[in-house]
Design a binder for this molecule. Sequence first.
Ligand code: NI
Length: 177
Amino acid sequence: MAIRSVLKMGDPVLLQTAEPIERFDTAELHELIQDMQDTMAYLNGAGLAAPQIGLSLQLVIFGFDQNPRYPRAEEVPFTVLINPKLMPLSGDMEDDWEGCLSVPGMRGMVPRYSHLRYHGVDQYGKAIDRSVSGFHARVVQHECDHLQGILYPMRINDFRQFGFTDALFPGQGVVDD
Ligand code: NI
């Protein structure tokens, strides 16, 4: 078990385009994923992308049953997604609040595609191909943006809906660091 430190917005690694992973089911990859899982669990994250711990690789993890950072979000199955490709299934977008472990203590209102197909592989090189909507679709778009050097504040349309979690949601039980 190893908890890695998460880079914060301003670190240039978070602005890089991540490299594809070419070798699967290696001890190195399994160890990296375990560290990411430990780090995400420790920080109550809904997801984590490898660049957030300083590795510019096309690897994200996400998923939870219940998440204190997003108490109203429906559950998302735990997923390891490598070399992902995203395809919106319609032009429909929806707005909702997002946070990011690299932007601690803050939330912003971010438009995302409502319906989305994504594919890629898992840590064994096995294909993943899913069509999703709602919070699942939102989390995938957020995490995969990290692989293109995009942080959620870059997606905000109305900066009046961007601020500190405790000021935006006083006494509403939204946990943030
Ligand atoms: Ni993030």
